[in-house]
Design a binder for this molecule. Structure first.
Ligand SMILES: [Zn+2]
Length: 82
């Protein structure tokens, strides 16, 4: 099976300061990874669609956060309400 890439049907929100990665979700929303970057354990992710945030806010390395945020973006079907 082939997975289709698609762009969001919704307007991309403003990019916050410290944005490291932005994933588009299955529902067309966005998951933002923010923080100081690769060598810090103070990075986090949050979903604009359903409001979920990383399990340990403000306390994780980018290499741990990146796959979690990407997995959430793949699974999340919530659409942005704003
Ligand atoms: Zn979500």
């Amino acid at each position: 099976m082939r997975t289709a890439l698609r762009t969001s049907a919704f307007t991309e929100p403003d990019r916050p300061k410290g944005l490291l990665i932005r994933f588009v979700t299955t529902g067309g929303s966005f998951v933002d990874v923010t923080g100081p970057g690769e060598h810090s354990d103070h990075n986090r992710w949050n979903c604009h669609g359903c409001g979920e945030v990383s399990n340990r806010p403000e306390k994780d390395y980018l290499f741990r956060i990146r796959p979690d945020a990407n997995a959430h973006a793949t699974a999340c079907r919530a659409i942005p309400l704003t």
